[in-house]
Design a protein around this ligand. Structure first.
Ligand code: ADP
Ligand code: MG
Length: 344
């Protein structure tokens, strides 16, 4: 065993909204939106990550800006591969070092076996020695510090951009899980629809996301009662630019439906669990991870609706990446938790 090379091992969170790369000794070495911009005529990559995200909804016709994993499935395969290659090249400056490393990738649970194999293939083509695919909720649980190998069950809900993954874990495996196509993106869409219906205001999804992060709230409290911000868009009737004042209670109304779906998903997962495990979880509570878990009041709303104790992981945005990285600490553990690449 060569420890010098093993210290190069990488964990990758290939998320629908953000891609993170974790190195065992350096921590998070890349954190970029899962967005890529390509010139349609020359097929040249123009930008990735933050730079490409800025181009969303603004690019001229010959430039294609996509979020290739938008709905939790790999909707644009070639673009996903290209983006992943760019990020790996950025993160691992020395190409020769790549041939010795092992990589664990966390993928959204809606991704099919064929797609998993293709992601694995890209990484192997770049020269990685071993590639393991880990289901996101398992990575999220490991990354947020839960003891996934214990007999005593634990529960995690990872609320990302495209998907919410809810899982009950015990003895190193996922016992019950639910993957919903209801997460941050659907909240943004709900805000767009609400603004159109109630204020005749047309806004873009990026503005909706900003509103959600700034004044978004799903459980009333004194602090947020008076929070508001200006939202800019276009008046549907006059076609002219318009600015209105949007409050947290507007957003609470707007988000009622997508949040209701998430709460139902949590309840259903709990109902499917064997009684012993359900009892463990009532004692141990639920841990929330993913960017969507930062929505103000979500923890309190879930607690109110289910009676469970709910905590938001301290590293909510990095939990999956850290979990993939940490799982490399014990290779036996990885083999147990992950889907191992086949040697052809
Ligand atoms: P994924 O794993 O699918 O890539 P992430 O876990 O990175 O997703 O979370 C991205 C989602 O989290 C986006 O929809 C983003 O708008 C949302 N998000 C990030 N910060 C906040 C916040 N403070 N409040 C509400 N939503 C947030
Ligand atoms: Mg994620």
């Amino acid at each position: 065993m060569n420890f010098r090379f093993f210290s190069q091992d990488l964990g990758i969170d290939l998320g629908t909204a953000n891609t993170l790369i974790y190195s065992k000794n350096k921590g998070i070495i890349l954190d970029e939106p899962s967005v890529i911009a390509m010139d349609e005529s020359t097929h040249q990559v123009l930008a990735t990550g933050h730079e490409a995200k800025e181009m969303l909804g603004r690019a001229p016709k010959h430039i294609r800006v996509v979020r290739p994993l938008q709905d939790g499935v790999i909707s644009d395969f070639v673009m996903t591969q290209t983006m992943l290659k760019e990020y790996l090249n950025k993160a691992v400056a020395q190409r020769s070092a790549f041939t010795q490393i092992r990589v664990v990738v966390g993928v959204p649970s809606g991704v099919t076996e064929v797609e998993k194999r293709a992601v694995e293939e890209v990484i192997r083509q770049m020269g990685a020695k071993d590639v393991y695919i880990l289901d996101e909720p398992m990575a999220a649980a490991i990354g947020s510090g839960l003891d996934v190998d214990a007999a005593n069950g634990c529960m995690v809900a990872d609320v990302g951009g495209g998907t919410s993954d809810i899982a009950i874990i015990a003895l190193g495996g996922i016992v019950e899980s639910t993957s919903l196509r209801f997460a941050g993106d659907k909240m943004d869409e709900a805000i767009v629809a609400y603004m159109r219906k109630n204020f005749n205001l047309l806004i873009g999804e990026k503005t909706a996301e900003e509103i959600k992060k700034t004044v978004g709230c799903v459980f009333p409290d004194e602090e947020t009662e008076n929070i508001s911000m200006e939202a800019r868009g276009r008046d549907i009737i006059s076609g002219l630019p318009k600015t209105i004042n949007v409050t947290s209670s507007d957003i609470m109304n707007a988000l009622e439906e997508p949040i209701g779906t998430l709460i139902e998903g949590i309840k259903t997962t709990l109902e499917k669990a064997p009684p012993e495990l359900a009892a463990d979880i009532v004692n141990n509570g639920l841990v929330l991870t993913g960017g969507g878990s930062l929505l103000r009041g979500l923890d309190r709303l879930i607690n109110y609706s289910t009676g469970m104790h709910v905590t938001v992981a301290e590293n909510a945005l990095e939990a999956v990446a850290e979990g993939t990285g940490k799982s490399l600490g014990s290779i036996e553990g990885v083999k147990r938790h992950a889907y191992r690449n086949r040697k052809y």
